[in-house]
Design a protein around this ligand. Sequence first.
Ligand SMILES: NC(=O)c1ccc[n+]([C@@H]2O[C@H](COP(=O)([O-])OP(=O)(O)OC[C@H]3O[C@@H](n4cnc5c(N)ncnc54)[C@H](OP(=O)(O)O)[C@@H]3O)[C@@H](O)[C@H]2O)c1
Length: 330
Amino acid sequence: MFKALMMEQNDEGLASAVIKEIDESTLPDGDVTVAVEYSTVNYKDGLCLSPKGGGLVRNYPHVPGIDFAGTVEASNDDRYKPGDKVVLTGWRVGEMHWGGYAQKARVKADWLVPLPAGLTPAQAMAVGTAGFTSMLSVMALEDHGLTPDKGPVLVTGAAGGVGSVAVAILANRGYEVAGVTGRPESGEYLKSLGATQIVAREELNETVKRPLEAETWAGCVDAVGGAMLARVLGQVKYGGSVAAVGLAGGAGLPATVIPFLLRGVNLLGIDSVMQPYDNRLRAWERVAKDLPMDKLEAMVKPATLTDLPQLGADILQGQVQGRVVVDVNA
Ligand SMILES: NC(=O)c1ccc[n+]([C@@H]2O[C@H](COP(=O)([O-])OP(=O)(O)OC[C@H]3O[C@@H](n4cnc5c(N)ncnc54)[C@H](OP(=O)(O)O)[C@@H]3O)[C@@H](O)[C@H]2O)c1
């Protein structure tokens, strides 16, 4: 038996969380059984914890948690043996397949990555999907020519999970970083992560009036989408790129194509869920190298399984600062 947070549906089809002892035989099929140590809370976890599952959860009862890190307990796959430390992000685990909000998980070996040298399971979950995606974004921007001498880099939704890690990685790599936040009280926090300029959300929230504005940003990691992404495209310097990561401000894109045509701006799509294994390894190795652990620790709040329903609601309201590390055994 082990402890899990289960989402169970009522007669109206609305789901709520219950913490239960469940039997190992109820775990889904998979090649590797992992004793989970830590999980975390991403925006998607907030959706999976919500009464309608955010359109992501199809079958109940369900164990959410899109990320976990822990130790292999049993394996039918040659790549993993008992005692190995592993991390999982993506592959629709926690959405379609039972996830990390439990003391045990069973998954396909293909979905796992060995825990990168230099990271503990708790640190890997402080990074989680949000931080892993920030790393993918910085890698994509640099693959498209971004270097610190090109000028400042903008991070939107900066005090959130993706944003916080992106700020810390970029600043550590020598970039001048500007963070957009709707929470003025997060200014000092963002400066402590390495941002040198704070941009108020209202300054970028309005829809595009002029397709091109002053060339300001050499690049951008955008966790917000919507009107803000459209505005940012018109402010990117000639040949610069925007990594489109999220939709915290909306899935629409009320933009014009003018920045692409007249300034050669690149809009780079970032997906963390289906990244091939080699890219995952490369990104995790870069995280271990490029993200200062003291900055990571400064953005983390600890939590337990019982805190998750509230944290899920909070993250959907944009009210979680930085990253949460969930100790599933506490
Ligand atoms: N592409 C991928 O593979 C991938 C991976 C991970 C996450 N994501 C997406 O990235 C986004 C961020 O994820 P996260 O885990 O970092 O969530 P998060 O911690 O909630 O961060 C989102 C941040 O966006 C800002 N924000 C919220 N509502 C806003 C609004 N209406 N207008 C403008 N800004 C708003 C807030 O930052 P401030 O308080 O600083 O303004 C908030 O903290 C989500 O949409 C998520 O689904 C995508």
